[in-house]
Design a binder for this molecule. Structure first.
Ligand SMILES: [Zn+2]
Ligand SMILES: [Zn+2]
Length: 165
């Protein structure tokens, strides 16, 4: 789901389910299985009896396919909420650097401490900057005073850094 918070995800889930029959199978998965157990019990409480969840999430599934040497139905990198910021499941790279658009799936934390956005940044761009936007770069360089209130939603997917082509 293209959402920023778990709460927003619950709203999108309601839309996806819509007027579906309560007898229908519902399959769900998440990173490590925890959000699914919350969302799954929410659906069960609403009367959906056939909610099925991927036990241990994509994390456990990724380990399973690698150990069993099975083809993976999950492609690419599974984001993890720890210092690694991701665990590779397959070699597919499905996302792009937010600065230059090159295929990339490595997350970086914007070094502007007032921002801290997690965003995708390739090695080449990372050599030039570790900020998510021109505004953050100017703040880090001391060119501007950061006055914006912290707002995660405003910070998400900012306009890319202007770079000489
Ligand atoms: Zn790049
Ligand atoms: Zn930033």
């Amino acid at each position: 789901m293209d959402v920023d918070t778990f709460r927003e995800g619950m709203d999108v889930m309601e839309d996806l389910i819509g007027s579906r029959s309560k007898e229908q199978d519902i399959y769900m998965y998440c990173t490590g299985g925890i959000r699914c157990s919350v969302a799954g019990s929410y659906l069960r409480n609403k009367g959906y009896q056939r909610v099925k969840m991927l036990k241990g999430g994509v994390t456990a599934y990724g380990h399973y396919v690698q150990l069993q040497n099975k083809p993976s139905l999950f492609r690419g990198k599974n984001f993890t909420f720890d210092g690694r910021r991701g665990e590779r499941v397959t070699d597919d790279v499905l996302s792009f650097c937010h600065q230059c658009g090159a295929p990339c799936d490595s997350m970086t934390n914007c070094i502007n401490t007032r921002c801290h956005l997690l965003f995708i940044l390739c090695e080449q761009c990372r050599a030039k900057t570790r900020t998510c936007s021109q505004m953050c770069q100017d703040t880090v360089d001391g060119k501007v005073q950061w006055t914006a209130e912290y707002d995660y939603h405003r910070q998400i997917r900012p306009p890319p850094l202007k770079q000489a082509v």
